[in-house]
Design a binder for this molecule. Structure first.
Ligand code: NAD
Ligand code: MG
Length: 421
């Protein structure tokens, strides 16, 4: 990576996007030698906010992308109104995201779009060999095999932004520096290494448990959208907040870890940690466990993904030493959070299972938010849609996109039967 860095922030109007803008602003002030420049910022429906973000950035982004093609006129008018049209280019529609992600002058892409909508641009950034700060976990859930193969082919660097995966990435630093397979070869010369990480026994993802950690099954069943959106430790977009409450977020993260670190599902565990300070842990063959800790603030994993392998001062607060920090690790209650089992299952079977789980969940979440299904129906719809699909182990991207549409349709049909029941 050269001296000057040029970043595209896809999903700049979201929670991850806003945190990334803050990190970049800080890097521009404190590390001017690196010349952090904003190549593109994208927004979908909150165009006013996109324009305001561009205006308040220390250095104007070169391109503003409005991915909703229907907002073309509005976007042009806003740019003119704020006198930005002479300084920033405007690019419109979903293909504009791919153009921003593959722009030859951009070296780093922050994939901060929520859900399946982020797939094409994230994959395009990976195919064109960028450093990709990956927040959009759904891309790996849908097409993990294709994305990781593309990265191996193009030399793209996939740096996780999801706090758990950033933590694991950091904890694996020691294993990353060992020659591949060296210890495993010494210990068991005739066996294939159990993971690509020498000496690593397990990746342990922490889960906050969300707002319903201590609720009874009955209470969880009748939870309202407002209660489900009220996450105790993280402020995030709506979709991931609901995913955290159902714990489908952790399921998506198990699948994300399976692809990102190339480990089998039985090497991944989940432990509940309500304080969200220990972001994840790695257990080694000798029983030693290495964890990464920091107060819950996404700016740290975002900055790590941007500056790796360097560490620079960050706007996220560090652990204060003048107070007591309690940190508990609690086993998961699979009975109250059945959605977690889906993640292990999908990570184990791979193939078409991820796209189906994701499509069903992305359909169920808005149905819950609009009061059409109950909270516990989200996991039920995911389960039933998965059960209704014929698994294929090596689908093409075209096939995955077909199945994405199928899963949404199937989940919508199933929701109607649930609603009537
Ligand atoms: P958000 O809802 O706050 O923001 C979503 C962004 O995606 C917005 O910029 C929006 O304009 C854009 N977007 C929405 N629909 C789009 C479409 N159809 N086409 C193009 N762009 C579209 O979401 P968020 O919380 O920032 O989450 C973004 C991603 O990061 C998700 O995949 C989430 O799982 C992941 N993530 C978020 C957090 C967090 O703390 N917020 C933590 C870990 C991972
Ligand atoms: Mg996470």
């Amino acid at each position: 990576m050269g001296d000057g860095r040029r970043i595209a922030i896809l999903g700049a109007t979201g929670s991850i996007g806003a945190a990334t803008l803050d990190v970049v602003a800080n890097l521009q002030v404190h590390a001017p030698a690196a010349q952090w420049r904003l190549g593109s910022l994208s927004g979908h429906s909150r165009i006013e906010q996109l324009v305001q973000s561009a205006q308040s950035a220390q250095f104007l982004p070169e391109t503003l992308v409005v991915s909703d093609a229907d907002r073309c006129d509005e976007a042009h008018a806003l740019l003119t109104k704020h006198d930005l049209h002479r300084h920033c280019r405007l690019d419109i529609g979903p293909e504009a995201l791919v153009r921003a992600a593959t722009d030859a002058a951009t070296d780093t892409v922050v994939a901060g779009i929520v859900g399946r909508a982020g797939l094409e641009s994230t994959l395009a950034a990976v195919q064109s060999g960028k450093r990709v700060g990956l927040a959009n976990k759904e891309t790996l859930v849908i097409a993990g095999c294709i994305v990781t193969e593309a990265a191996a082919h193009s030399g793209a660097e996939l740096l996780p932004i999801d706090s758990e995966h950033s933590a694991i990435y950091q904890c694996l630093a020691e294993a990353r520096n060992l020659p591949a397979g060296s210890l495993n070869t010494l210990e068991a010369p005739n066996e294939k290494p159990a993971t690509k990480w020498p000496g690593v026994r397990r990746l342990i993802l922490t889960a906050s448990g969300g707002p319903f950690l201590n609720w009874s099954r009955e209470a969880i069943q009748n939870a309202t959208p407002e209660q489900a959106l009220n996450h105790p430790t993280w402020e995030m977009g709506k979709k991931i907040s609901i995913d955290s409450a159902t714990m489908i977020n952790k399921s998506l993260e198990i699948i994300e870890a399976r692809w990102l670190f190339d480990v089998p599902a039985d090497r991944i565990e989940v432990v509940v940690h309500p304080q969200s300070i220990i972001h994840s842990l790695v257990e080694f063959e000798d029983g030693s466990v290495i964890a990464q800790l920091s107060p819950p603030d996404m700016r740290l994993p975002i900055q790590y993904a941007l500056t790796y392998p360097e560490r620079l001062p960050c706007p996220a607060p560090a652990l204060a030493r003048d107070r007591v920090w309690e940190m508990s690790l609690i086993p998961v209650d699979h009975e109250r959070f059945p959605a977690l089992g889906l993640g292990f299952e999908v990570a184990r079977v791979g193939g078409t299972a991820g796209v189906v789980l994701n499509g069903a969940n992305e359909t169920a979440v808005p149905l819950f938010l609009s009061g059409k299904i109950r909270f516990t129906d989200i996991a039920r719809l995911c389960r039933r849609t998965l059960d209704d699909h014929d698994h294929e182990s090596a689908p093409s991207l075209t096939r995955l996109l077909e199945l994405d549409r199928w899963a949404r349709l199937r989940a919508t049909q199933l929701a109607e039967t649930i609603h009537v029941a």
